[in-house]
Ligand binder design. Structure first.
Ligand SMILES: NC(=O)c1ccc[n+]([C@@H]2O[C@H](COP(=O)([O-])OP(=O)(O)OC[C@H]3O[C@@H](n4cnc5c(N)ncnc54)[C@H](O)[C@@H]3O)[C@@H](O)[C@H]2O)c1
Length: 340
């Protein structure tokens, strides 16, 4: 069996990808320090994936622990590197912690891969590497590195590290997946996004308003140059995203070198579009109030997704209604996340 190590695999995107890979016949090892996730997700991944997961509570910055993990798992054939901190405002307040964690984990992981002869890597990058884009849709040839915060820069520098490693080792195969805005949940409602504290992203916040955990939504900015004045993003269903990882893994099995690929739908939706669609899907009114723009937020961002189709044969299949319906199913069945 082909075995994949998922760093950060107990998190939101990692848990959905683990299920997708297990259903496709891959063996899955998850290494996560649970800094932004909970152990309770593991039995649910096993339930949905129909087989056992090998779970290791490991900090990917801890060289000795990572070495022990690789030594104990000689069957690792490829790695998907999700592990990282992802909160943009937090990264502005604590840049050193973000660089230490996100870059430290990347380097430690790649050194262990090198020592153990593991040559295939898929990386969770982000559309934030494009900064404030000059034009939309954004293709992979757009300028990168003009990030507006330490989180985005940690992704950009990780990409550079991986590109340099590929130049030095012709056997390496790396796919940098630049995600746009993942939302939604597995259609079973058993796993989903489970933020600690006040959600930083739109959909988890809307979902918590809908279940009564928060009073109302604050819409940051209604004076952007967009049709309704609110920010426009390319929302992508997390199970579509998970499939993209499976395709990227297959790509690394047949190609060498480093490729950056957008994972988005190619369509933009405004904050108010999302609020409206979520109300339709859930039957619950979402009270909201306009608030000032958040520093660093951009007006419009959506992908040119053609390269993913050309190289991976992948495109998004689910629409905004599916994303809202599945988020609602997860949130209403688990109003307090995995602690329910
Ligand atoms: N969700 C998004 O909107 C989005 C968009 C673009 C890119 N990404 C990237 O995708 C990846 C996964 O995102 P997610 O939404 O699933 O986030 P998440 O926080 O739910 O998952 C990340 C996981 O990594 C773990 N982790 C963090 N640092 C670690 C370390 N040093 N060692 C071991 N485990 C560690 C956390 O405990 C968590 O389980 C992240 O790298 C994130 O930056 C996410």
């Amino acid at each position: 069996m082909n075995t994949v190590l998922l760093t950060g695999g107990a998190g939101y995107i990692g848990s959905h990808t683990a299920v997708c890979l297990m259903r496709c016949g891959y063996g899955v090892i998850i290494a996560d320090n649970l800094i932004n996730s909970v152990r309770e997700v593991i039995p649910r991944i096993e339930e949905l994936g129909g087989r056992a997961v090998r779970f290791h509570e490991v900090d990917m910055c801890d060289e000795r622990a990572v070495e022990e993990l690789f030594s104990a798992s000689p069957d690792i054939g490829s790695v998907i590197h999700f592990a990282g901190l992802k909160c943009v405002p937090e990264s502005v307040r604590e840049p050193l912690r973000y660089y230490q964690n996100n870059l430290g984990a990347t380097v430690t992981l790649m050194q262990a891969m090198q020592r153990h002869g593991v040559k295939r890597l898929v990386f969770s990058s982000s559309a934030t590497v494009y900064g404030d884009p000059e034009t939309v849709p954004i293709s992979e040839t757009a300028p990168v590195g003009g990030c507006t915060n330490a989180y985005g820069r940690s992704k950009y520098i990780s990409e550079c590290i991986m590109q340099d490693a590929c130049k030095a080792d012709a056997e390496l195969s790396v796919v940098l997946l630049r995600y746009f805005n993942p939302i939604g949940a597995d259609e079973s409602g058993r796993i989903g996004e489970n933020p600690f504290g006040v959600p930083n992203n739109l959909l988890p916040y809307v979902a918590q308003v809908a279940v009564g955990r928060r009073e109302k939504l604050f819409v940051n900015g209604n004076d952007y140059p967009t049709p309704d004045g609110t920010g426009v993003r390319d929302y992508i269903h997390v199970t579509d995203l998970a499939r993209g990882h499976e395709r990227a893994l297959r790509y690394t099995e047949a190609h060498k070198g480093c490729e950056a690929i957008n994972l988005g739908t190619g369509k933009g939706a405004s904050v108010l579009d999302v609020v409206r669609e979520f109300s339709n899907a859930s039957g619950v009114d979402i009270p909201f109030e306009f608030a000032p723009r958040r520093p660093g937020d951009i007006a419009v961002c959506y992908a040119d997704p053609r390269k993913a189709w050309e190289l991976l044969g992948w495109k998004a299949e689910k629409d905004l209604h599916d994303m809202c319906l599945d988020t609602w199913r997860w949130q209403s069945a688990n109003p307090n996340g995995y602690t329910d």
